[in-house]
Structures are given as C-alpha cells and as structure tokens.
Design a binder for this molecule. Structure first.
Ligand code: PLP
Length: 413
C-alpha cells in the first residue's frame, strides 16, 4: 500500500468512526463510505471501484452523474431553487402533467419528498374521502369505511401513518399501538382479501411486488382480483409503486403489466433519480378528495426535485430505457439461473428488479463477498439478495456480474 493509499484508507475508517459517534445508531455503521459515482460505477473513499447493482435502493435510475440530470438540476438550482407552496412554479406543473399522461385517466397529483410521505398523503386522502362519505347522504350520517387492509410483510414507510400500514412486524411492532385500524392479510391470497374487505373498508394498500420483503411479485391475477374486490365493495385500490414504478420492471408502472388501474398510486425513489421527491396521484373522486388546506409540504414539489424528475422521465423515454430494462433484466436473470451452485435456489422478479434466492440464510455473507469482488448488492432478506441497478446498466456490465457470481458464491460457502 502506497503512502497515498494508506492515507485514503485512514479516511474511510476515520469516517466510519465519526459516523458512529455523530449519527443515531438506527442504520448501524454502513460498510463503505462512497465518494463519487459515474454511470453504474461508484468509488469509495479509499479509491476502490464497484459496479453499483443496487442504485441507492432502486433510486439512481440514470446511474451516477448522468449529463441530463446534472444539467437539469444545475440549471434549476441556478435559476430558482425553492418557492414553498405559497407560489407555484412551472416544473411542478410540467411534472404533474407528464405523470398524468404516463398514468392515463382523470388524475391529480400531490408532491411530497419521499416514499413514506407519499403514502401518508395517500392514507389521509382515503380517510378524507371516507370521511366525506360518512357525513354524506349515501351513508345516512353513519360512520363507515373505518379501516384499511394491507398485506403481511409489506413495507410502506417509517412515519407513523405509513408504518401503521407496514406489515413487516420487526419494523412496525416496536412503535405501536397505532391510531389507524389496519387489518393485515396474507400477500397473494385472494380469499383472505375477499374476506377482509367489506363495505366498511376504505382502501386496500398493496405493493405490486413486495420489495423490502425480498422482491416477491404478486401471484398472477392478484392485482386484478384486488381491483374487482374494490369495485364490488367501494374500497379504494391504493398501489404503492414507490419501488416498482418509473421503469423498474420494464413498463412505466408495474400495474401496467396486468392492465389494472389503481384509484391512488404512490411514487418516489426512481422518480427523482437521486433527488428527493415523492408523489401521490389520485383518480376519479380521489383526484379531488383533498380540499384547500387539507394537506401540504414546504419542500414537496420543490423546483429542483421536479426538474430532476422531468429529466429522468425524458431520458427514460429518449433512450428507450423501458425496452432496455426488459432486455438486460432478462439477460441478467437467465445468466444467474444458468449457474449451478448449491447455495443458489433461483431468481425472482422482473426487469431490473431481481432477487437472487438462496437455499440458506446467507445473504449478508453473499453481499459481503460481492463487495469484496467489486459489486454492490443488497441482502434484503436472509435468503434473498436484491439487485436494483441503474436502468442504464449495459449488457456487458450485467454480464460481468454473472461471470463473477460463481466465485462470489464459492467465497460465501
Ligand atoms: N414504499 C415502498 C414500497 C418502499 O419500498 C419504500 C422504501 O423502501 C417506501 C414506501 C418508503 O420510502 P422512503 O424510504 O422514501 O420513505
């Protein structure tokens, strides 16, 4: 190790020590301090390069330092960085119009700063709608639509409303009890959903694929059944596409694979390509369920974040990234499936959102071995390693991981 490298090495261990001393222990101490990125590569503060196959948890849709994102954000921050919601600005109008165009239908958009906030907005929206119904003629003034249904093992965020909807017990339980009446059903069971949703149910909250549970896609027909149950009972279908949306599975939104339309959809992550933004889009009566003063955010729909999101959407379209995601995602999955190793059980997921499924709970060791080999992946569940690379990953970059994976698995076992 050169004197220069020794000094760099000190920088990373020093940063990790200082992180531990200065930041709350909720994340533990991450294994790497990242210094910069370019395309699908990132470098740590010791100068080591990695192929980024997790993209900031399905966020860095255009990779790192994409010229379109850099240009849009730089120009906007130099022009007007912030207005608050006291004034409107063109980027938020353009972005809302663009999202509605991609989603189709008679919708309206609320902008937030994150996924959890998008879900808070959705939850307030359906309560507001249900509240109007409760007081209205159709329900004779009776309190109705008092509860919502969500799925076991789901993840909708960490703030108290989104957390109440989150089925992952380890995340939810330390913070109960919750003010919300949320009833949980087994993800994928149409029978349980049908039994749980009555005329008193305000909404079903579902992820089209459960991301944090380990990239677990809904069984074929499940979303369509949820749609039918909502149509029969009058409950709203809220789809959380915070992780699955914005091209991740090869369509703009995952529900488009099944031709199912939500009443409310939430977005975040890939939308801003690394800039913080969330969106809650309501359709039909949910488009206008919020009255003036019902909800708000100082930073939500910030001009810089909106400019970033517009650049992401334009680039996905201009560079044909939806087809690219399908092609490279299928190549990646086929390559992994062809590997014969006792630790490898298979691959789940769609597009550039996959889980390498293991036969034993060794995902943390696989993540560490991959890191040592120069690849960033994520041990999302004990037996699942998540891949959610930038949508711009090249076939050669994907192939380099497939080539390295047998060695990574050997190093793990
Ligand atoms: N919903 C889903 C499906 C998610 O995957 C996440 C984050 O992983 C969230 C909500 C919360 O998003 P955020 O971390 O931006 O609050």
């Amino acid at each position: 190790m050169s004197a220069h490298e020794a000094e760099q090495g000190t920088r990373m261990s020093d940063l990790r020590k200082r992180f531990e001393a200065a930041l709350m222990p909720n994340y533990g101490v991450p294994p790497l301090a990242l210094a910069r990125g370019e395309g699908c590569r990132v470098w740590d503060t010791d100068g080591n390069a990695y192929l980024d196959l997790i993209g900031g948890i399905a966020v860095s849709a255009l990779g790192h330092g994409h010229p379109a994102l850099v240009q849009a954000v730089s120009a906007q921050v130099a022009t007007l960085a912030h207005t608050s919601n006291l004034f409107l600005h063109e980027p938020e109008v353009l972005l809302a119009e663009r999202l509605l165009e991609l989603l189709g239908g008679d919708g309206r958009v609320f902008f937030a700063n994150s996924g959890t906030e998008a879900n808070e907005a959705a939850y307030k929206l359906i309560r507001r709608h249900a509240g109007r119904g409760a007081a209205g003629r159709s329900h004779g003034g009776e309190a109705r639509r008092t509860y919502v249904v969500a799925a076991d093992s789901s993840f909708h965020g960490r703030t108290m409303g989104a957390l109440a909807l989150t089925g992952k017990a380890s995340i939810r339980e330390p913070f109960g009890p919750f003010a919300a009446d949320v009833r949980f059903v087994t993800y994928g069971s149409v029978d349980e959903l049908r039994a749980a949703v009555t005329g008193d149910c305000a909404a079903i909250f579902l992820e089209p694929t459960q991301g944090e549970a380990g990239v677990i896609p809904a069984p074929e027909g499940y979303l369509a059944a949820a749609r039918a149950i909502c149509d029969e009972t009058g409950a709203a279908l809220v789809l959380d596409e915070i992780q699955s949306g914005i091209g991740r599975t090869g369509t703009w939104f995952q529900h488009q694979h099944e031709g199912v339309r939500p009443d409310v959809i939430t977005l975040a992550k890939g939308l801003g390509g690394g800039l913080p933004i969330g969106a809650c889009v309501g359709f039909g009566p949910y488009a206008t369920a919020f009255g003036k003063g019902d909800h708000g955010s100082t930073f939500g729909g910030n001009p810089v974040a909106c400019a970033a999101a517009l650049a992401v959407l334009d680039t996905i379209e201009r560079e044909g990234l939806l087809e690219h995601v399908t092609k490279v995602g299928d190549q990646l999955a086929a390559g992994i499936e062809a590997i014969d190793h006792p630790l490898l059980a298979g691959v789940r997921g769609r597009g550039l959102w996959r889980a390498i499924v293991l036969t034993e709970p060794k995902s943390a060791a696989v993540e560490a071995a991959a890191r040592d080999a120069g690849f960033l992946v994520n041990a999302v569940a004990p037996q699942a390693v998540r891949l959610a690379p930038p949508l711009i990953i090249t076939p050669d970059e994907a192939a380099s991981f497939v080539t390295a994976l047998p060695g990574i698995l050997v190093a793990t076992s």
